[in-house]
Design a protein around this ligand. Structure first.
Ligand code: SAJ
Length: 410
């Protein structure tokens, strides 16, 4: 069993920082690296620059104990975990520039016996591309004992600190030895099963998990559109159908957001475009849902005799978090502002205090507290099932046109 005392985590975002903090909590000296100085400063001050339950306590303690520090420069370590973003290009293929930049900073530090783990969600073949990139900078290491692995994270935002420990972990090595070394490192905190495979299968497994969910959400979203046309309450419909022992339909919503489910399926489509018909259609179905919601608001507005004030409840991509990435709620609020220039758009996001970039500069949008927005709105568009909105009493909604995209107030 290989043991590690000094690990470098490159990318201190939603995945890198929790991983760094939990490793540090298990007695490993961790150096975190990020290009964003504000992130580095926050971590060095023991703070977390985003909302994730329980993470703050871990970071505060790890920094106070001297087990975690952050820098914009990459230091040397025995193992490197790369957890940088993989955005997509205009053609929806994966952009590996951040991975290559991170690997490029690690390359000069390598001696030839280190473990390099790619955690970023990646298209099939990315770990080999990363290895090749390092060898192109350090041809002297081609015959060395560098170990490359892909260990996708599958934690759910909002439950990260718990799921890091309890989830099973897929560990894919370019060689068996690399997979075993990565397993040894993750065993330090992961109590789930370690599932060893090759790097490409590990890359694909992560994409497939999220596509599976995307396809199933698309089914629910399609059902909501069909039900609306047929005058059926989709929430009741799904609840009834789910009583069948082998049926488990997910919940419709305003569309699919976040940096995972709305993105990962495209990496499969880009890798095998001719074959990924259902996966592509699911993406398109989910991406079309925000426009359908806007149409519902148009219809509600058409039934009113005056220019409506519109409350948009929730901007995050899902319940009880502050994450706005790829959020359909946010894009719907922005679109409503453009579509109804005469209307006041009362945007509510209890987890965010500053006006999000996508809404800044739109003169008819204000950021409001829930109560004030509900009091003043003619149309209430419920976009996120935050707990705070669940608690809204029916009396607060009386007399208003409601577009409830989450079935919260059915
Ligand atoms: N959503 C629905 N209906 C549902 C479930 C979700 O509309 O029934 C929407 C959500 O509102 C949100 C989006 O889908 O906009 C995605 O939310 P999510 O909770 O399904 O997933 P994420 O993006 O927070 O996290 C997913 C998880 N993957 C799976 O459940 C297969 C998580 O385990 C992964 O680690 C994460 O992606 C990731 O990082 O890839």
């Amino acid at each position: 069993m290989k043991s590690f005392s000094r690990v470098v985590v490159v990318g201190l975002g939603y995945i890198g920082l929790p991983t760094a903090a939990i490793l540090a909590s298990r007695g490993i000296k961790v150096s975190g690296v990020d290009v964003n100085e504000a992130t580095v400063d926050a971590v060095n001050a023991g703070r977390v620059p985003f909302v994730e339950p329980a993470l703050g306590d871990f970071v505060e303690k790890a920094v106070a104990d001297g087990m975690l520090s952050a820098s914009t420069e990459t230091p040397a370590g025995e193992a490197y975990i790369i957890a940088v973003p993989t955005p997509f290009n205009a053609d929806k293929s994966a952009n590996l520039d951040y991975i290559k930049a991170a690997a490029g900073n690690v390359a000069p530090l390598l001696q030839g016996d280190e473990l390099l783990i790619l955690e970023s969600t990646s298209p099939p073949g990315a770990t080999e591309i990363m290895a090749e990139h390092i060898y192109s900078i350090r041809p002297d290491l081609r015959e060395s004992n560098l170990l490359f692995a892909h260990c996708p994270e599958r934690v759910l935002p909002g439950r990260v600190m718990e799921e890091l420990v309890t989830n099973d972990r897929i560990v894919g090595g370019i060689t068996r030895e690399a997979a075993e070394a990565a397993r040894d490192l993750y065993s330090v905190f992961c109590e789930g099963e370690m599932l060893l495979t090759d790097a490409k299968t590990a890359e694909m497994a992560k994409l497939v998990e999220n596509s599976y969910r995307d396809v199933n959400i698309a089914f629910a979203n399609e059902l909501s559109v069909i039900s609306s046309r047929l005058g059926i309450n989709v929430w009741e419909l799904i609840e009834l159908a789910n009583h069948h022992p082998r049926v488990n339909i997910l919940q419709p919503g305003p569309g699919v957001g976040g940096h995972c489910i709305a993105v990962d399926p495209w990496f499969i489509v880009a890798a095998a475009p001719e074959e990924s018909l259902l996966i592509r259609q699911a993406r398109e179905t989910n991406d079309a849902k925000p426009n359908w919601v806007i149409e519902q608001v148009r219809q509600a507005a058409a039934g009113l005799s005056r220019t409506p004030k519109i409350a948009a409840l929730g901007l995050a991509f899902k319940a009880n978090i502050d994450d706005l990435r790829e959020s359909p709620a946010l894009s719907i609020a922005a679109q409503l502002a453009d579509e109804f220039p005469e209307s006041s758009i009362l945007a509510v996001e209890p987890h965010v205090s500053a006006m999000p970039k996508a809404l800044a500069g739109k003169s008819n949008v204000t950021l409001e507290e829930t109560d004030a927005a509900l009091e003043n709105a003619d149309i209430v568009v419920l976009l996120v099932d935050h707990d705070q909105f669940k608690a809204v009493p029916a009396t607060a909604l009386a007399g208003k046109a409601i577009v409830d995209t989450r079935g919260l107030w059915r």
